[in-house]
Design a protein around this ligand. Structure first.
Ligand code: SAM
Length: 347
């Protein structure tokens, strides 16, 4: 810690500052996966993700600068992260994305990923690939153009399809993320699986989560369990169970018709999977979020502003995560709703 900065609002409990021991939380879970929201800005307003139209976007100057992002990437790499995913907001509207990818590569992250709405992907896929991106998740909730526009608050399905085509050409792995909405896309799950199979995309069906007013409303109006969707798909397709992903991801995974396409079901509401949680989330404003199910975390931007050096940052994160990362998100417990929108955390 430089200048003997008093932690104040940024609590530090000391901890092991050597930076080389793996980061294990209070429940014995090993941290290996960092999700970084590079911006809160997004040109879409997905109905389960974004605050209502007209609600003010937070000031851009609240966001971390490039050097701050890179400092924190360094620290999390030293803490044992080997997979980083850049998300948002919409990460492809963030001008420094290729630089952050290059930096993650230079730091030795084994896997560098992006989650995107796909609207800018046709133009940006070559640059992302050249920067060192391994794989991309593209959100695609409907194959019906009008419904797609409605769910996403203005999205253009054709642009996403063009983006997917480019991603297929330039990147080794492309996955589709489908957020399940009973009244919107339950009728399309077989079409979405057929689409994924035809183009060789892996596909994930995700239960909608109660984050922010938008997420809570989507759960109340449109929740459907992943088990319901899996049963519907299994009536048409043979699903061969696969072992849990090497990266400890929460999806229950299956091979589709014994082919190369993987189909997964993520059930944060109906079936908690937190005992294998391996991830931490860094928001664009520098807040380290322990869990999607709460607002607890650390203000790392404040720690940077106070002059914490890398060792002090490591010690701060280690101490706080060990003591405070919760056992589970608790979404299945009924009334649980988180005050922050997903758009501000990054999914
Ligand atoms: N803008 C990018 C995108 O659209 O993919 C990245 C950010 S978005 C917050 C990341 C992922 O979170 C998307 O796949 C999105 O569908 C998902 N998501 C957002 N709100 C959600 C919610 N309430 N429940 C479940 N998934 C959600």
């Amino acid at each position: 810690m430089t200048g003997g900065a008093a932690p104040g609002a940024i609590r530090s409990d000391g901890g092991d500052a050597c930076g080389q021991a793996p980061l294990v939380d209070g429940f014995g879970r090993l941290f290996t996966y960092l999700r970084v929201s590079v911006t809160e800005r997004c040109h879409l307003r997905c109905r389960y993700c974004a605050p209502a139209q007209g609600e003010r976007q937070r000031a851009k100057e609240d966001a971390l600068g490039p050097a701050q992002f890179d400092r924190l990437l360094t620290v999390f790499r030293r803490l044992g992260a080997h997979h980083v995913r850049f998300t948002g907001g919409e990460p492809l509207v963030y001008a420094g994305l290729n630089d952050r990818i290059r930096q993650a590569r230079a730091l030795g992250f084994e896997r560098v990923s992006v989650t995107t709405n796909g609207h800018l992907l046709a133009r940006k896929a070559p640059g992302l690939a050249a920067a060192g991106l391994d794989d991309v998740n593209v959100s695609l909730d409907s194959l019906d153009p009008a419904r797609f526009t409605q769910i996403t608050g203005g999205g253009d399905l054709n642009r996403v399809l063009a983006g997917l085509a480019a991603a297929r050409r330039f990147l080794a792995r492309v996955k589709l993320n489908v957020v399940l909405l009973r009244d919107q896309n339950l009728s399309e799950v077989l079409d979405l699986v057929a689409f994924a199979a035809a183009y060789g995309y892996d596909i994930r069906f995700i239960e909608t989560m109660p984050l922010g007013a938008a997420g809570a409303a989507a759960v109340a109006q449109s929740y459907v369990s992943a088990a319901t969707v899996q049963a519907r798909i299994a009536e048409r397709y043979r699903l061969r169970p696969l072992a849990q992903a090497a990266d400890g991801g929460p999806a229950r995974r299956f091979a589709l018709e014994d082919g190369p396409v993987e189909i997964g079901f993520i059930s944060p509401v109906s079936r908690e999977f937190c005992e294998t949680c391996n991830r931490l989330r860094l928001t664009a404003r520098g807040r380290l979020v322990y869990c999607l199910g709460g607002t607890e975390g650390i203000d790392l931007r404040a720690a940077l502003a106070r002059g914490f050096d890398d060792e002090a940052l490591e010690a701060l994160i280690r101490g706080e995560v060990t003591q405070n990362k919760p056992k589970g998100h608790g979404f299945g417990s009924g009334a649980h709703a988180v005050p922050v929108h997903m758009m501000a955390i990054g999914g």
